[in-house]
Design a binder for this molecule. Structure first.
Ligand code: SF4
Length: 400
């Protein structure tokens, strides 16, 4: 028998890949559907329990395949019902996944990378640095883990997870191929079977990848705009220096062209005195004119060492009113799970940083006399490899 780690992990195998795997075992293609339904509809992870599969196939699967889940390290419930899990990957690094229940939906916020290399200056995840992209099974494994933990059901109307947002740790479009493959499983009726309107990719604005998305996946798109002009956006979202607003907006328009009723969701973090003035709201309205849009204003969630403060409630209200008066549906995002650091931009996980950014964040916090919220991980020494790894990974994104 192979060692467990050598076995094929059935989680994350797209339908076709599972069919091919089973064909290699001499099995018919319909077995793939049976196995997918056991895993994603019933949450069965022991192939022995897949009772409509022949005994001989179950015995073969036990030898060469398994359903390997990520391991929970902690499960933190918030007073508002939000739940945050720290999940350990096989490599030992940990990522965070958050479930946010509301009256009419249950949203799972999942990670796409271990850390993030984009270094948005208002983001707690960014201070932790970057390690690597998540694999397809690590991305979809978060959904399966949460679904099983919350109570999985083959009956769609009884499922707790109705929406998935890729807004956890990482920039999803940097991890393009794995994210698209994972989304295929989210939408596949034999897997999670979610409506495409209920799956949202959130991006900081990786323009070539947005263009590429047009032909590969049709889900909702949220764009972290956070500023009404390049000068402010360059400061908040360094990716903007490479893909400025004048390139970002046409890519977003193209993404929703020919998709009736589709809107871009613009995420806008409210930072006191930085991007929250009336003139910024008017400038934003001008910028987005003609683009089917909805705008989420996100009260900034502070973290140790940050240079920013959240805008005052009154200021946020005035900002929102200007946008509404200009015809943009605008909401102030309710902060959820802030007592467990599960709110927007607060996911940090626990992992080995390859960028040395975590070390710098710790130094800043020490200088400010605060290290309480820093997850101490083994920041690796600077080597040539580390320097290569610390290059922003969007530099490596190539359109094909
Ligand atoms: S806001 Fe998103 S893209 Fe920017 S550093 Fe944080 S996780 Fe990365």
């Amino acid at each position: 028998m192979k060692a467990d780690s050598d076995k094929t992990n059935l989680i994350g195998l797209p339908h076709m890949a599972l069919q091919e795997f089973l064909a290699g075992l001499g099995e018919k293609s319909y077995r793939a559907v049976q196995i997918m339904k056991w895993i994603y509809h019933h949450g069965v992870i022991d192939t022995e329990e897949m009772s409509n599969i022949s005994k001989s196939l179950r015995q073969t699967l036990a030898q060469c395949a398994e359903v390997r889940l990520t391991e929970p390290v902690s499960d933190q419930p918030s007073s508002d019902g939000t739940r945050k899990w720290l999940l350990r990957l096989e490599c030992g690094n940990c990522i965070e996944t958050v479930f946010i229940p509301e009256t009419d939906r249950g949203t799972l916020c999942i990670s796409s990378q271990v850390g993030c290399a984009l270094n948005c200056t208002f983001c707690s995840t960014a201070t932790q640095g970057f390690n690597r992209n998540l694999t397809v099974h690590e991305i979809i494994g978060q959904v399966l883990f949460a679904a099983r933990t919350l109570g999985i059901s083959p009956n769609r109307s009884k499922r707790k997870i109705t929406n998935i947002v890729l807004m956890g740790m990482g920039e999803p479009l940097v991890n393009y191929d794995n994210v698209v493959a994972a989304i295929d499983l989210m939408l596949d009726d034999n897997a999670f079977g979610l409506s495409k309107r209920r799956v949202t990719i959130s991006t900081a604005g990786l323009v070539p990848a947005i263009h590429k998305l047009v032909d590969s996946v049709d889900v909702s798109l949220a764009v972290s705009i956070h500023a009404s002009n390049d000068q402010v956006r360059d400061r908040l979202v360094p990716l903007n220096k490479k893909y400025p607003i004048a390139e970002l907006l046409p890519a977003c328009k193209q993404y929703i062209a020919d998709k009736p009723h589709r809107k871009i969701t613009w995420e806008y973090v409210m930072l006191r005195g930085v991007n929250d003035l009336d003139e910024h709201a008017r400038e934003l309205a001008q910028l987005l004119k003609g683009i089917p849009s909805k705008i989420n204003l996100i009260p900034f969630n502070s973290f140790p060492g940050t240079e920013y403060e959240c805008s005052l409630p009154d200021r946020i209200g005035k900002f929102r009113n200007i946008l509404i008066n200009q015809g943009f549906p605008t909401i102030v995002r309710k902060t959820r799970g802030d007592d467990i650091d599960a709110a927007c931009g607060q996911l940090v996980g626990s992992f080995t940083d390859r960028t040395r950014r975590q070390g710098r964040a710790v130094e800043i916090q020490r200088a400010n006399g605060n290290t309480s919220n820093v997850i101490q991980t083994s920041a690796v020494k600077s080597t040539e490899r580390d320097k290569r790894e610390s290059e922003p990974h969007y530099e490596k994104f190539k359109t094909t």
